[in-house]
Design a protein around this ligand. Structure first.
Ligand SMILES: Cc1cc2nc3c(=O)[nH]c(=O)nc-3n(C[C@H](O)[C@H](O)[C@H](O)COP(=O)(O)OP(=O)(O)OC[C@H]3O[C@@H](n4cnc5c(N)ncnc54)[C@H](O)[C@@H]3O)c2cc1C
Length: 474
C-alpha cells in the first residue's frame, strides 16, 4: 500500500516538497492542504508595494498544477493535528470542516504575521503598511502612490521603512523596499521632497539577521556593513539602529534604541515588517491531551532535531542547527521552511535603553526554504521505504544567494548580489569568519537587476511545473 504524505502549506517549502514527491507517486499518495488555491512569489512583492509590478504577476493557481502532476489538493487551513490518530482537522475555504489522515506529515505553514505583537502595527490597525502578502503589498502600493501625489503637489513627506518589532526578521525585504522607494522617487524627480528613514532591529547596516556579510576581493575583505552603510549615506537615507518599535499610532511610532529612551517619531508613510511566529496549530497526543509544548518552541514554530539549550551568542555552535528537520517527539512529522524553530538567532542581541532585547532573528529565505522542503521530502521518502532519513541540510552547510533589488528597471535599476557560504556561521569549521569567504560574494550593480528579474521568470516557470522544471535548482 502507498504511504500517505500530507503537506500543510504550499509556499516555497511545501510546494517544493510536493514537486519533489511528485516524482514518486508510484510509492506515495501526496496531498497538499493550503488556503486560497494560490502560490505567492514573495520576492517580487516589494515591486507591487511601489506600484511597479501588477500583483497578478506574483501568484498562480495551485490546483491546476497539482491536477496535472497527480497530487491531491485541498483548499483550506489545517487547524489541529491529532498525532496518535495521524489525522489533521481542516477548515475548508468553503467554511466546512474536514479531516485527512496521513502516514507522514510535513508542516510547511510558514509564518504567522504577529502584528498584534506591536500595538497599533500593520494594515488591520491602519497605521502602517506591510509587503508580507499580495493583499498587503497591493494596499501598500496604493498608499505609496498617494504619498507620491502629495510630493507632486510640492508637499514634503517622511517615509519610514524597516522592522516593526524588536525580534522581527526579513530585514532584507524591507531593505529592498526602501531602496525601491528611493529609486522610484528619483525616477519621478521627487527624491529631494521626501525624507527616508531606515529603522531596523539590526545592530549594524546590512546585518540582515545573519550577523552581516563579508566577501574577499583579492587581498581585501569587503564588509556588508560598510557597503550597505555607504549606500544609505550616498542615498541620504537616515538610519536608526538597532531600534525596537514599541507602539504605532496614526502618523507616529514609539521606538527606543540602546542609547535612546522611548522616543516618538512622526511619519507620513511607514512600511514595517512584523514579528514572525508559528501558525497557531493545535497538537493532540494520545487521549487527546494538548502536546503543543512538546511539538513547538515558545514562538509556536516547530521543534525539530536542533539543540535548543539556551546559550549566549558566543557559545552558539554550528552543530546546534537541525539537519533532517524531524520532530524529536513524533518521527512521522517534519517541519520545513519558516515553520521550523531555529535554535537561536544568527545575529547578536543587544538591550534597549529600558532593558528589552533587540535581535534581528534568523531569516529562512526562499532558497533555504526550498532546499529544506526538498530535503524533508527526500527524508519522508526514505522513511516510507523503511529506511532512516539520510538527507542532511543544516544551515551551517547550506549556501544562500540573495539578490536585493534597488530598483526594478533593467536600464536604471540596480541590486546587491549576495552569496554566503554557509548561511549560519560555523566557527569550528571556518575559524576566522565562520564562513568560507572564497565562495562568498557581495556586489552592487545593474547586473543584479537583470538577475532578479530573470529569477522571477525562471522560478515562476519551475514552480508551475512547466516543461524542464526539474532542471532549475531550488
Ligand atoms: C516581501 C518579501 C520579500 C522576500 N524576498 C525574498 C527574496 O528576495 N529572496 C528570498 O530568498 N526570500 C525572500 N523572502 C522570504 C521568502 O518569501 C520566505 O523565505 C518563504 O516564503 C518561506 O517559505 P515557507 O514555505 O516557509 O513559507 P510561505 O512561503 O509563507 O508558505 C507558507 C504556506 O502555508 C500556508 N498556510 C498558512 N497557514 C496554513 C494552515 N493553517 N494550513 C495549511 N496551510 C497554511 C500559506 O498559505 C502558504 O501557502 C521574502 C519575503 C517577503 C515577505
Amino acid at each position: 500500500m502507498k504511504s500517505r504524505v500530507l503537506i500543510l502549506g504550499a509556499g516555497f517549502a511545501g510546494h517544493t516538497a510536493a514537486l519533489q514527491l511528485s516524482k514518486h507517486l508510484d510509492e506515495l499518495d501526496v496531498t497538499v492542504i493550503s488556503p486560497r488555491d494560490r502560490f505567492t512569489w514573495f520576492p517580487s512583492l516589494i515591486w507591487v508595494g511601489v506600484g511597479t509590478m501588477a500583483p497578478e504577476r506574483c501568484h498562480f493557481a495551485l490546483s491546476e498544477v497539482y491536477a496535472r502532476l497527480g497530487i491531491g489538493y485541498v483548499a483550506g487551513r489545517a487547524q489541529e493535528i491529532d498525532l496518535s490518530r495521524r489525522r489533521v482537522a481542516v477548515t475548508l475555504d468553503s467554511g466546512e470542516s474536514s479531516s485527512l489522515e496521513y502516514d507522514f506529515l510535513i508542516n510547511a505553514t510558514g509564518p504567522y504575521l504577529n502584528f498584534e505583537g506591536t500595538p497599533g502595527l500593520g494594515p488591520a490597525a491602519g497605521n502602517s503598511e506591510s509587503v508580507c502578502s499580495v493583499e498587503h503589498a497591493t494596499r501598500t502600493g496604493n498608499a505609496y502612490r498617494e504619498v507620491v501625489k502629495k510630493l507632486q503637489k510640492g508637499e514634503r513627506a517622511r517615509i519610514v521603512v524597516g522592522t516593526g518589532h524588536p525580534l522581527a526578521t526579513c530585514e532584507g525585504a524591507a531593505f529592498e523596499y526602501i531602496m525601491n522607494v528611493d529609486h522610484d522617487l528619483r525616477q519621478h524627480g521627487l527624491r529631494e521632497r521626501a525624507e527616508l528613514i531606515w529603522l531596523s532591529n539590526e545592530s549594524q547596516p546590512g546585518d540582515f539577521g545573519v550577523d552581516g556579510i563579508e566577501a574577499r576581493k583579492g587581498d581585501r575583505i569587503i564588509r556588508g556593513a560598510d557597503v550597505i552603510g555607504a549606500l544609505f549615506f550616498e542615498k541620504k537615507i537616515r538610519t536608526i539602529l538597532p531600534a525596537s518599535v514599541r507602539q504605532v499610532e496614526s502618523g507616529r511610532l514609539l521606538y527606543e534604541t540602546p542609547t535612546e529612551e522611548p522616543t516618538w517619531l512622526e511619519f507620513d508613510f511607514a512600511m514595517l515588517i512584523p514579528q514572525f511566529r508559528g501558525i497557531p496549530l493545535k497538537y493532540l497526543g494520545a487521549d487527546g491531551e494538548d502536546v503543543k509544548s512538546k511539538m513547538t518552541q515558545g514562538n509556536g514554530l516547530m521543534t525539530v532535531d536542533a539543540d535548543y539549550t539556551a546559550k549566549t551568542y558566543s557559545d552558539y555552535r554550528g552543530r546546534d542547527w537541525p539537519a533532517i528537520y524531524r520532530s524529536p517527539y513524533d518521527d512521522r512529522v517534519y517541519a520545513a521552511g519558516i515553520a521550523f524553530a531555529p535554535p537561536h538567532p544568527l545575529s547578536k542581541s543587544v538591550k534597549s535603553a529600558t532593558g528589552a532585547p533587540i535581535t534581528a532573528t534568523a531569516p529562512r529565505t526562499g532558497m533555504a526554504s526550498g532546499i529544506i522542503g526538498r530535503t524533508v521530502a527526500l527524508n519522508v521518502l526514505d522513511q516510507a521505504r523503511g529506511n532512516e532519513p539520510s538527507h542532511r541540510e543544516p544551515l551551517t552547510a547550506m549556501p544562500a544567494a540573495c539578490i536585493a533589488s534597488m530598483g526594478q528597471s533593467l536600464i536604471t535599476g540596480s541590486a546587491a548580489s549576495i552569496i554566503m557560504v554557509p548561511v549560519a556561521r560555523d566557527y569550528e569549521r571556518y575559524p576566522e569568519f565562520g564562513r568560507d569567504l572564497t565562495l562568498s560574494e557581495l556586489d552592487v550593480g545593474l547586473a543584479g537587476a537583470w538577475t532578479k528579474r530573470l529569477l522571477h521568470d525562471a522560478f515562476m516557470w519551475k514552480l508551475q511545473a512547466r516543461p524542464g522544471w526539474q532542471l532549475i535548482p531550488e
